[in-house]
Design a protein around this ligand. Structure first.
Ligand code: UD1
Ligand code: UDP
Length: 383
């Protein structure tokens, strides 16, 4: 029997830990004995409700290596991660480095592995916002161009890579200079399908808050572009308060730690007071994934700047007001399920009213068949 393929998976930020659940599960079930996975956690996210909760809930094995890098400016944080990942790769124990998404942990893994000539597999490759002011856009471009396997969640992602000169020919074996671009589907779709039933059985949050199915608005905000700018964060919170009052809808807002910090620093006193006074406006700490899925499935409308939450809303057939000027998930806008409203109160109100009065357009499956993780593992094994 052949030796198993030894994968070093690098995770660090909340959405990567969640995404890792899908491939980690496939490795331990359908691919048991053929793939061996080592998990390295950079420590980019470290609060229990931004990290440990997902290991506990989603059955992800504990991290084999924890770098404990923590927060910091981009350069210092990424540099500490590169050092730690480089040391691990230098043990010679890994055949492939597997990376998710577009965070600083992704960037660090790509740079460390590419320089040591260990092939990189990038899950969620090919996404582009065409806005290089976003740190994520820089991270994902660098990672894609260091990768040997680029696993694309959508057809748009494949087209973006073709436009950048990537060949779509899978004829020869993949190398760093002749990478494979693979339309694999989206591991987040796998997860949402797999954990939806568990969320229905275990999450008590919606009932606990006294909310009716289809009777509230779910919001998340964490992009630095929104949180770190006084005018934008105040405009967004004022808009959410306006939606709450005008449409009589309770609001649930699980708050990212970046946002919590910036709310304290930048929200005007009158906005803060209005939040405190609004009885049906639930400002919560970050919630676990099962609670999040339960909230997404029960919400009437989602308002977010998160990449992952936009898509999960689509998976569950919920309309989304996107608090960004552009999105990588252009299919959602094309389907009419998402409207780009930026941090503009007029656009946010118009988009919300459009959805609250007009209902939800159809959300046909465009993120694969719920088995992206297995497709990725099979491709890495050359099956
Ligand atoms: C990061 C990613 C972003 C991703 C998001 C997912 C980068 C450049 N950004 O943004 O792409 O969408 O994660 O959530 O990699 N903090 C805590 N506790 C934690 C983690 C963070 O208090 O457990 C606070 C710290 O003050 C920190 C700030 O949040 O400085 C920002 O954290 P950081 O990981 O740098 O960026 P995110 O905004 O989380
Ligand atoms: N999420 C969660 N709890 C929360 C907010 C988000 O479990 O309080 C999940 C969400 O369901 C999705 C992922 O975190 O799977 C999205 O992460 P985030 O919004 O932090 O980052 P992005 O996707 O924008 O990179």
């Amino acid at each position: 029997m052949k030796d198993p393929l030894r994968i070093l998976t690098v995770i660090g930020a909340r959405p990567q830990i969640i995404k890792a659940a899908a491939i980690s599960h496939a490795v331990r079930t359908a691919f048991s004995g053929r793939i061996h996975e080592t998990l390295l956690h950079t420590g980019q996210h470290y609060d229990a409700n931004m990290s440990q909760v997902f290991f506990d809930e989603l059955g992800i094995p504990h991290a084999d290596i924890s770098l404990g890098v923590g927060s910091g400016p981009h350069g210092a944080q990424t540099a500490r991660m590169i050092e730690g990942i480089e040391a691990e790769i230098n043990t010679g124990k890994h055949d492939v480095v597997l990376l998710y998404g577009d965070t600083n942990s992704t960037l660090a893994g790509a740079v460390a592995a590419a320089k040591l000539h260990v092939p990189v597999a990038h899950v969620e490759a090919g996404l582009r916002s065409f806005n290089k002011a976003m740190p994520e856009e820089v991270n994902r471009i660098v990672c894609d161009h260091c990768s040997t396997w680029l696993f694309c969640p959508t057809e748009t992602a494949v087209k973006n890579l073709a436009r950048e000169g990537f060949s779509l020919d899978l004829g020869a074996p993949a190398t760093a200079d002749r990478p494979h671009v693979v339309a694999s589907g989206d591991v987040m779709y796998d997860n949402s399908m797999r954990f939806a039933r568990m969320a229905a059985a275990r999450s008590t949050l919606v009932a606990g808050l006294g909310l009716a199915d289809g009777g509230f608005l779910l919001a998340t905000i964490h992009r630095d572009h929104n949180t770190d700018d006084a005018a934008r964060i105040n405009a967004i919170f004022s808009s959410l308060l306006e939606l709450h009052h005008r449409h009589g809808l309770p609001v649930v807002l699980p708050v990212h730690p970046r946002t919590r910090k910036m709310m304290a620093a930048l929200l005007h006193a009158n906005v803060r007071a209005a939040l405190d006074d609004a009885a049906g406006f639930h400002v919560l700490p970050p919630v676990g994934f099962l609670d999040m899925v339960a909230l997404e499935r029960a919400a009437r409308l989602v308002v977010t700047d998160s990449g992952g939450v936009q898509k999960e809303a689509y998976f569950f057939g919920k309309p989304v007001v996107v608090l960004r000027p552009e999105t990588e998930w252009v299919e959602l806008v094309e389907q009419g399920q998402a409207v780009l409203a930026d941090a503009d109160p007029g656009k946010i109100e118009a988009a919300a009213t459009h959805f609250l009065q007009g209902g939800v357009p159809p959300c046909p499956p465009i993120f694969g068949d719920g088995h992206a993780a297995e497709a990725i593992c099979a491709h890495l094994l050359g099956a």
